[in-house]
Design a protein around this ligand. Structure first.
Ligand code: ADP
Ligand code: ASP
Ligand code: MG
Length: 431
């Protein structure tokens, strides 16, 4: 008998029919003799709808109340799913995040899990019941308040439960057949990956591949949890996210062993959520970059790429550009403007029409010519590169936002990633 954690995303439980379909799937796994803990997301796009509603009431909703509101979405789906399973003659019990023992820090909207105490889930399992847990939410012991784990956080709930319960596998059910070499909504010729290392998945998730939430991948990597990302709309094998050297027996059986050689490129991802700030006319003397980024750091903004231009010999002035989430742009501009006289720069430019493309693959470490090929494919498509950054297994470029989808497709083709078949998207709105 195995212990399986299954997570169903919003598109898999979008309406009553879908909830019944998912319930049947859970019951089938139970009938096969497994213990099951389920993490479930809010129905369809209901989290976005609740968020819209909050912003209709006030432009800046109070973080505590926003978490109260958003966690209601997962309470609805957990109860409906438990009802559906019970009506099929199997015992099921739903639990909120706090009932399930998801203990977090106090940061509303982006809380981190600090402990998991799943006593009530174990009791339910011992009594033969299926435990259904509301994803995306937790509880802080100091403030005694309800928290949320960040958008896409039900993935983290599932992984944290799998780690705490020592599950044999954590299955992430979604509206596509697995993790693809690119978002199949944008690149129809994307191919499904049989496996991807947690290291590569971390880079893809950080670069905007929202199929898995980055914090869930981090958690899985840290706790050695193997993930199986697959469709809730069919029974096909999906993609295994493995930790090299520590792949679970369940995954090894699916994969027929460890990979012989890692592919050079796992996939491409794009991110349209960032903006570029350029600090113009910065005196090119030691200490100025430190001064600027200290001001930025005080706002808690998450700076991503940084580029400093060569200074013009005649003026001794340089420009420094960096990218950051659009949502943090305004506060950083304000902070820098307040210190403009102190730092002595000439002005600020803000550009929120950028897109970031990332090419990811563990094989990049040992293969040369990857960046040349990337730049050439973009050049041939007439796409201008504005910024570049690299890690050991990733190359990222910034382009105009309106060229990003075309960029994804040409790079995908250039690296021989195109499949002969069109990828199927089974549901969801892509919101
Ligand atoms: P869920 O509601 O199940 O959590 P999400 O919408 O969060 O689903 O994630 C699934 C979506 O992620 C897919 O519908 C797809 O459009 C998008 N996606 C982006 N990049 C990829 C990728 N590399 N592979 C698969 N899906 C991807
Ligand atoms: N419902 C939450 C969201 O839309 C959490 C999740 O679905 O993972 O972000
Ligand atoms: Mg998701």
């Amino acid at each position: 008998m195995s212990l399986i954690v299954q997570k169903f995303g919003g598109s898999s439980v979008a309406d009553a029919e879908s909830i019944k379909r998912v319930a049947k799937r859970i019951v089938d796994t139970k009938k096969a003799g497994n213990d099951i803990v389920v993490a479930v997301s809010a129905m369809g796009d209901s989290t976005d709808e609740l968020l819209d509603l909050a912003h209709e009431v006030t432009p800046i909703p109070a973080p505590r109340e926003l978490d109260m509101l958003l966690t209601a979405g997962e309470r609805i789906s957990m109860a409906l799913l438990a009802m559906a399973i019970k009506s099929m003659g199997y015992d099921a019990r739903s639990f909120t995040g706090s009932q399930a023992g998801m203990i977090t820090d106090a940061q509303h909207g982006a809380a981190r899990i600090v402990d998991v105490t799943p006593g009530r889930l174990r009791d339910a399992l011992d009594e033969g019941a299926i435990a259904i847990v509301a994803g995306f939410q937790g509880f802080n012991r100091d403030t005694k308040d309800i928290t949320t784990l960040g958008r896409g956080g039900s993935d983290t709930t599932a992984v944290a439960l799998a780690a705490a319960l020592g599950a044999d596998i954590c299955e992430i059910y979604t509206d596509v057949d697995g993790i693809f070499s690119a978002d199949p909504r944008v690149v129809p010729k994307a191919h499904k990956l049989e496996r991807v290392s947690s290291e590569e998945m971390l880079e893809l998730a950080a670069a905007g591949a929202k199929v898995l939430y980055i914090r869930a991948v981090e958690y899985a990597r840290r706790h050695g949890v193997t993930l199986h990302v697959r469709s809730s709309f069919n029974n096909n094998t999906g993609t295994i996210v493995y930790n090299p050297g520590a792949t679970s027996p369940y995954a090894t059986e699916i994969l027929n062993g460890e990979p012989v050689e890692e592919p050079i490129i796992a996939g491409v991802a794009a991110d349209l959520s960032e903006a570029k700030v350029t600090v113009v006319g910065v005196p090119d003397i030691p200490g100025k970059a430190a001064q600027i980024f200290k001001i930025v750091a005080k706002t808690n903004a998450n700076v991503d790429m940084i580029v400093q231009n060569v200074s013009a010999a005649s003026t001794g002035l340089t420009d420094i550009s960096f990218t950051l989430p659009k949502s943090e742009g305004q506060q950083v501009l304000t902070a820098l403007t307040n210190e403009q006289a102190n730092v002595g720069f000439a002005g600020l430019q803000y550009d929120d029409q950028i897109g970031k493309l990332a090419l990811v693959g563990a094989g990049m470490r040992t293969n040369t010519g990857v960046s040349a090929k990337l730049f050439e494919s973009l050049f041939e498509a007439g796409i201008n590169i504005e910024m570049i950054s690299t890690s050991e297994i990733r190359i990222s470029v910034v382009t105009r936002a309106d060229t990003i989808n075309q960029a994804l497709r040409v790079v995908h083709t250039a690296f021989g990633l195109d499949s002969d078949d069109e990828a199927v998207v089974h549901g969801g709105t892509g919101r």
